[in-house]
Unconditional design. Structure first.
Length: 139
C-alpha cells in the first residue's frame, strides 16, 4: 500500500509513488535504444527482488514481462505488463501495467509484418496440401 494519501497531501512531493493515471516524461531515446524497465517485487514494503524486461537479468532466469504494441487514433503505445512473483507466479502479468508512447512509426513497424513463424504457417499448410495431393495421384 502506498504511503501517499492525496486527501492529506494534495501537492505530492517528487518522490511520491505513481498513482493510476499518472504520466512520466522519459524524454526521447536515440535510434536503436532498447529501454530496460524493471519492477522491485513488494518494493514499497522493503522488497529487494528486481525483475527486468531483460530475462537474463532476472534472478530466477525466467521471463516476467509481456508487451504488446497498440495504436488507436494516433496514440501509439507499447503496453507492458509485469509478473512480480519468483518463478513466474500466476503468469497473469497484471501486477504492474503501463503504457509507453513509442511513436506511430515504431508501432507501425512492429505491427505491419507478422512474426516469421506466423508468416510461415500458411505456407507450411499449403506445402503439406500439395504434397498430399501429389501422393494421392501417385497411388
Amino acid at each position: 500500500m502506498s504511503v501517499y494519501d492525496p486527501a492529506r497531501l494534495p501537492n505530492r512531493p517528487s518522490n511520491a509513488p505513481l498513482l493510476p493515471g499518472d504520466f512520466v516524461n522519459l524524454g526521447k531515446a536515440g535510434a536503436g535504444s532498447i529501454p530496460d524497465f524493471f519492477l522491485i517485487a513488494n518494493g514499497a514494503n522493503g522488497g529487494r527482488t528486481a525483475f527486468s524486461t531483460n530475462q537474463s537479468a532476472n534472478p530466477d532466469g525466467i521471463n516476467h514481462v509481456v508487451a504488446s504494441a497498440y495504436q488507436q487514433a494516433n496514440i501509439p503505445y507499447l503496453i507492458i505488463g509485469f509478473e512480480d512473483l519468483w518463478g513466474g507466479g500466476y503468469r497473469d502479468f497484471n501486477d504492474l501495467l503501463f503504457a509507453v508512447d513509442i511513436g506511430s512509426d515504431n508501432v507501425k513497424n512492429m505491427t505491419a509484418a507478422p512474426e516469421p513463424a506466423m508468416a510461415l504457417t500458411p505456407v507450411s499448410f499449403l506445402g503439406m496440401a500439395l504434397r498430399r495431393k501429389r501422393s494421392f495421384k501417385l497411388a
